[in-house]
Design a protein. Structure first.
Length: 223
């Protein structure tokens, strides 16, 4: 997992390109890139620069999640607001008009308390199925949401452990209640599903073998 700097961190495109180059080299060193092929560093640099370029200044955290050996990757984008979400907003975010009804699970973390996770599939213009995962935590003092960029459906199961670990590790700042209650201790402003830790083990019932080269190309074009 690689955190992407806020867009305002870079004075210009050259600084962004320099950061991407250095981050790719560090990633290659940590992952013994020689075993992954000579083009790994170049590919990683292009990917990091593309993600940094797509970062929105309104996002509070952007993280690239990468399965180096399997080649699967996605971007998780976090947003935070000091206003809670309405039930209509939660429904729209967690239950989009997908190919099949979204799979909704209760999701609870030590720092954010009770929330929900939604996994669903959408089709791009070519008809390829792309997987999406979203998380929502809405309390009286504000809300935290997170969502992945679209990815080939077969990548979901391979990236699932890292996605869960990432969201579990996030700590929001500045969303304490007026009387001092932490964000995690506040009751959700919507009715989250039952939390079942066993169900987290199967984020998507998809075999990674279903992820073809054409799926990956379609996903990259969609970004």
């Amino acid at each position: 997992m690689i955190g992407i700097p806020h867009p305002e961190t870079f004075a210009n495109g050259a600084e962004m390109a320099d950061w991407a180059s250095r981050a790719a080299e560090q990633l290659a060193d940590s992952q013994q890139a020689d075993a992954l092929g000579e083009g790994f560093t170049v590919t990683a640099e292009r990917l990091l620069q593309a993600v940094a370029s797509s970062a929105d200044g309104r996002e509070t955290l952007v993280v690239l999640v990468l399965d180096v050996t399997g080649g699967a990757w996605t971007v998780v984008r976090f947003g935070m607001d000091d206003t809670p979400l309405s039930q209509a907003d939660v429904d729209l975010f967690l239950w989009p008009d997908a190919l099949l009804p979204p799979r909704i699970l209760g999701f609870e973390t030590e720092a954010m308390g009770q929330g929900a996770m939604s996994t669903f599939m959408l089709a791009d213009e070519s008809g390829a199925q792309l997987g999406h995962v979203r998380w929502c935590f809405s309390k009286a003092s504000g809300a935290v949401i997170a969502q992945t960029d679209p990815m080939p459906a077969g990548w979901l199961s391979g990236l699932q452990p890292q996605l869960v670990d990432l969201v579990m590790s996030v700590t929001p700042e500045g969303l304490e209640a007026q009387k001092g209650d932490s964000f995690a201790s506040q009751e959700p402003t919507f009715e989250p599903p039952r939390v079942d830790h066993d169900e987290w083990e199967v984020l998507a019932e998809v075999d990674q073998d279903d992820s073809s080269e054409s799926d990956r190309a379609d996903s990259e074009e969609s970004r």
